[in-house]
Structure formats: C-alpha cells, structure tokens
Design a protein around this ligand. Structure first.
Ligand code: NAI
Ligand code: MG
Length: 332
C-alpha cells in the first residue's frame, strides 16, 4: 500500500484535503496517509513553518499531497512551498488547464499544459536591501542544467502525451542573459524532438495571446515567475483557480497541490471548490499508475457539475465543499 504524506495546510486547505480523503476512501483506494503539518498553522502551533518531521516524512515516503500554505506578504517567513520544491528538487511544476464539461467559459475546449521551472529564476530568495527602505535588489538565477532538465521534461511529456507543439515563453529581449539562456537552451533541446513543433513567445505578448486565442497553444514551458503568473491566467480560462490541479515532480520525489493558494477570503466557510486539489490528487494517482481509478473519479466530478445548483459558489452554484463532495461520492 503506498504511503503518502498529507499536508492539510492553511486557509481552505483542511476543508479541501478532507474532501480528497473522503473521495479516495469512497473509491476504495489503498493509500495510507501520513499526516504532517506545514505553513502558517505549523508556524503558530510548532513555531516553525516547516517542521523537521514533515521533511523527514517526505524524505522517507517521497510522495506528498499538499493543501495550500499561506506565505506572509512583504515580511515574515519565506515561502514553504518554494522551500519544499527546492529541498526535494521538484523541478517540474506541471499545471494543466482544461475546459470542464457543463461549465460556461468564454472559450470551449481549452486544453493547455504549463511546465513551470520550479527551483530557480527569481524565486531563489536572494533579495537584499542596498539601502534600507530605499533600494532593494533581487537576483534571478538561470542555469543550463536546470533549464535543460525542465525543457527536456516538457518535450518528453509532449511526446508521451501526444501534444504537437511546445511554446517556450521568455523575456529574452530585455533579460538577455537569464531569459536569453533559457530560450537558447529551448531551441537546442527542441532539436532533439523533431516530431514536436517548436515556438517561442515573449511573455507580455503571450499573456494577450492566451486570453485572445488560447487554442493556438498546446504545451507551454517557462521560467518560475512567468509560469506562476501564466498558470493562474490559464486557470481563469477554464473556470478559475477552483478547478486546476498541479504536480511538482523531481527525479525521486513528487508533491501534488492545487495551483491556488489558501484563499483566506473564504477559509472556514465550507465554500471552497475541492476540484483543484482533487485534480492534483488524480495526477498523483496517475503517477502511482492508478489510471482507471483516476478516470473513475474524474467522471464522477464531471457528473457532479451537471446541475449548476450543486456547484460551489466560485462556479455560480449554491453547493458547499461538503455537499459537492457528497455528490461526487454518490457518482462513483
Ligand atoms: P489564492 O489562490 O489563495 O486566492 C485567489 C482567489 O481565488 C481568492 O478570491 C480565492 O477565494 C479564490 N480561490 C482560490 N482557491 C479557490 C478554491 N479552491 N475555491 C474557490 N475559490 C478559490 O491567492 P491569494 O489570495 O493571492 O493568496 C493567498 C495565500 O495563499 C497567500 O499567503 C499566498 O502566499 C498563498 N499561496 C499559496 C500557494 C501554495 O500553497 N502553493 C499558491 C498561491 C498562493
Ligand atoms: Mg501562484
């Protein structure tokens, strides 16, 4: 039986992780959950946002399902999400955005996957004051090694999942060295995959193109910050942050989490949409080769969306996290 570290997290985290546990139990999936703490809740309860036991549990079991973790804005502890991705070298952040049946959005049949480089770029935490309160600096790092592995992972995924085109997103006109290196390696790696169409876009134009005509894109691969922003944008194309899951994959560990954060504005109100974390859970089941069970749960989620009333408020419905979860379980 696979053992999976489960981190309920902050804000809406405990509500949506409960939903995933209930659905997985109803689907009779033989996973043993090892529950661990991290984030603001851990910081308050255990006076550290990333307890040693949590790190040890992930080291031991190499697979985690994580609720969102709050990161204080402006000051306070550094992002535990970023720390975990770096600690376990989870270099591919894979974020699919796919239209859902029955959900009305400006576009039909959006089907994108974003590969976000997950260990460097502007997220390495190298920030400093040059002059307190007057002048701040932040360092972005792009290495050949990290770029090659995320770009290869993206092209390989495209090939294995029958995706025809890879778009490398960059800002190499301005960030000539960092973004320029990423683009250059993208061009090089594309040479190893002649069966996949290669394309590149400058990130600002990319944002416009994605909202005007998302159908022109298939798989997108980019550096950390751009991937963070464009994946929220992509979520917006298919119904919002409540419906997009994600996987953080390294060579010998994986952590699954939603694209969204802890949603403090709706926390504790039984309003959160559990679909995003459920989809992350389905990516985990596929990682564990439980493909049939993942399909079965996905269909149960789709069916639960049929009646608009049942949906959670972010999708215009009157359902709650719990009642929507009940619907999914009934459809299994
Ligand atoms: P957020 O993603 O938490 O929320 C943005 C908006 O989307 C809010 O209006 C929220 O109510 C809504 N939303 C998000 N998830 C939803 C769901 N499942 N169902 C219904 N509505 C949902 O982003 P925000 O407000 O910028 O960040 C809040 C906190 O989350 C911050 O501390 C941030 O650092 C953290 N965060 C953590 C992430 C992670 O754990 N991987 C990712 C993004 C943010
Ligand atoms: Mg984000």
């Amino acid at each position: 039986m696979p053992k999976v570290v489960l981190i309920p997290g902050d804000g809406i985290g405990p509500e949506i992780t409960k939903s995933v546990k209930r659905v997985f139990e109803a689907a009779e999936i033989d996973i043993e959950w090892i529950e661990c703490q991290a984030g603001l809740t851990a910081h308050e309860d255990l006076s550290t946002p990333l307890p040693e036991e949590t790190i040890e549990a992930i080291e031991q079991h190499r697979i985690a399902l994580k609720g969102p973790l709050t990161t204080p804005v402006g000051s306070g502890f550094r992002s535990v999400n970023v720390a975990l991705r770096q600690k376990f070298d989870l270099y591919s952040n894979i974020r699919p955005a796919r239209s859902l049946p029955h959900i009305d959005t400006p576009f039909r049949d959006v089907d994108l996957v974003i590969f976000r480089e997950n260990t460097q770029g502007l997220y390495i935490g190298e920030e400093r004051w040059v002059d307190q309160e007057e002048h701040a600096e932040s360092i972005a790092v792009v290495t050949r090694k990290a770029s090659e592995r995320i770009l290869r992972a993206a092209f390989r995924y495209a090939r294995e999942n029958n995706r025809k085109k890879v778009t490398v997103v960059h800002k190499a006109n301005i960030l000539k060295l960092t973004s320029g290196l990423f683009l250059e390696i993208g061009e090089e790696v594309s040479g190893e995959f002649p069966d996949i169409q290669f394309d590149d876009k400058i990130v600002d134009n990319m944002a416009m193109q994605m909202v005007m005509n998302p159908h022109q894109f298939d798989l997108i691969v980019t550096t950390n910050l751009f991937g963070d922003i464009l994946s929220d944008l992509a979520s917006g194309l298919v119904g919002g942050l409540g419906v997009t899951g994600a996987a953080n994959i390294g060579d010998d560990a994986a952590m699954f989490e939603a694209v969204h954060g802890s949603a403090p504005d709706i926390a504790g109100q039984n309003k959160a949409n559990p679909i995003a974390l459920l989809f992350s859970g389905l990516m985990m089941l596929e990682y564990l080769d439980y493909n049939d069970t993942a399909d079965q749960i996905r269909n149960a989620i789709y069916k639960a969306l049929e009646n608009p009333e049942n949906r959670t408020p972010d999708l215009g419905g009157a359902g709650t996290t719990d009642s929507f979860t009940d619907r999914i379980i009934r459809n299994l």
